[in-house]
Design a protein around this ligand. Structure first.
Ligand code: SAH
Length: 391
């Protein structure tokens, strides 16, 4: 097996279970690795640190899958990891037939995401190494779940960085155009094949529950960046009088409308619009809402985008505060890896000062428990939500 020796000093963080080795941290390599090859990571004195896979063409050179010398990477390890991931999710007794089965580093399977929707699994692979293990993954999933179908989604962003070739396709069985799932007392159609990400924002399950706590029957609500209506339907189900739900994606909105009828919920107005412009329009019309949810897409994919992202969040926050009735509630989320909870709190504080609306924090949520994160990489806690009462 190819051996990668890391520079003196680097071993400390790997012994603390940090799962990446950067290119610049490599002392030397025994063998000539191709992208995706399996490697053994050693310290500068050739003592074992971990097993992983390498991509010599990327800044993150090695991703470690095991810190245990007895646990070499292969078909069996993939099977074991998936089994462990499954056991954990079973323990959670998630009140839904849709959940994240594998959350990359959080499940010691870097480069792999697996979402389960009813009897189907959706796989997203983001690294060359995991791409090479795709057959093992598909095989293990079939053994574990006995699904009707397994579908692969591809993120162009990671494929471009890692340099492997992949296409979106059925890996096993058949996969319908839409899958019906349930979560608590709501049902949703999920558009796995043409939808965003793997089709549904499972990570916001807990937030959808929390938002119900803030809505009172008769409320007038606003769901900004509504996608297929997760929050809008939850608010309506709690008894909101009306909800305005806005998103830029016609496809997502159409599914949102169908989801509303699927649940027999009326009174949601679906608006296809750029959210920033739409918020300005509502403000001009002096509209006010009891509960406002703002759940934008990621604005900061890399550290270089932090400044811009913060400006984006600030603007959303300012507009959100202005649109919230006195003593109403505003929930604002960030799913950007590089925006921390502290960034978000700072933005809220500035916005509150600027628009002269005092706020108090009444709650907070993160990605739900089926999306575990690791302390060695704090940004794997990527989803943060702050719930404010706006005085
Ligand atoms: N709240 C949703 C998830 C939101 S994901 C849920 O719980 O299911 C972010 C959404 O923002 C996507 O649906 C995307 O289509 C939408 N979006 C991206 N840019 C936008 C823009 N400028 N204006 C409005 N919507 C936008």
């Amino acid at each position: 097996m190819i051996e990668v020796r890391v520079k003196a000093g680097v071993e400390g963080k790997i012994k603390g279970f940090f799962p990446w080795v950067y290119n610049v941290e490599i002392l030397d390599v025994k063998g000539s690795p191709k992208p995706g090859d399996l490697v053994k990571v050693l310290d500068s004195r050739k003592r074992f640190l971990g097993y992983g896979y390498i991509n010599p063409n990327t800044k993150i050179a090695v991703r470690i899958m095991s810190f245990n010398e007895e646990e070499e990477i292969g078909r069996e390890l993939i099977k074991k990891r998936l089994q462990q991931a499954f056991e954990y999710r079973k323990r959670l007794r998630i009140n839904s037939n849709a959940y994240r089965l594998v959350h990359s580093e959080g499940d010691l399977l870097p480069g792999l995401i697996v979402d389960v929707y009813d009897e189907y699994a959706v796989v997203e692979i983001t690294t060359y190494g995991m791409h090479k293990m795709k057959e093992w993954v598909a095989e293990a999933l079939v053994d574990l779940l006995n699904p009707r179908g397994v579908y692969q989604k591809v993120s162009d962003y990671s494929v471009n960085i890692e340099g492997f070739e992949a296409k979106e396709e059925v890996l096993y069985g058949t996969v319908p155009e839409r899958i019906k799932i349930w979560e608590e007392d709501l049902e949703f159609f999920v558009d796995v094949i043409k939808g965003q990400k793997t089709g549904f924002y499972l990570d916001q399950r807990k937030a959808r529950r929390l938002i119900r706590d803030l809505v009172e029957p008769g409320d007038v609500c606003l769901d900004v960046f509504c996608h297929t209506g997760g929050f809008a339907l939850s608010m309506k189900k709690k008894g909101a009088d009306s909800v305005i739900a806005v998103d830029i994606s016609e496809r997502a909105l159409n599914l949102g409308k169908e989801n509303a009828s699927l649940n027999g919920l009326e009174g949601i107005t679906w608006v296809e619009h750029n959210a920033f412009q739409f918020l300005r329009k509502l403000e001009k019309e002096q509209r006010k809402f009891d509960v406002v949810v703002i759940d934008p897409p990621s604005f900061a994919r890399t550290k270089a985008h932090i400044e811009n992202a913060l400006r984006g969040y600030k603007e959303l926050c300012v507009r959100g505060l202005k649109l919230t009735k006195p003593d109403g509630y505003l929930a604002i989320f960030s799913c950007s890896f590089h925006i921390t909870r502290e960034h978000l709190l700072e933005v809220i504080l500035e916005a509150s000062r600027d628009v002269k609306r005092q706020v108090r924090v009444v709650g907070e949520s993160f990605q739900d428990l089926d999306h575990p994160w690791i302390l060695q990489m704090p940004n794997t806690l990527y989803l943060k939500g702050i719930y404010l009462e706006v005085l």
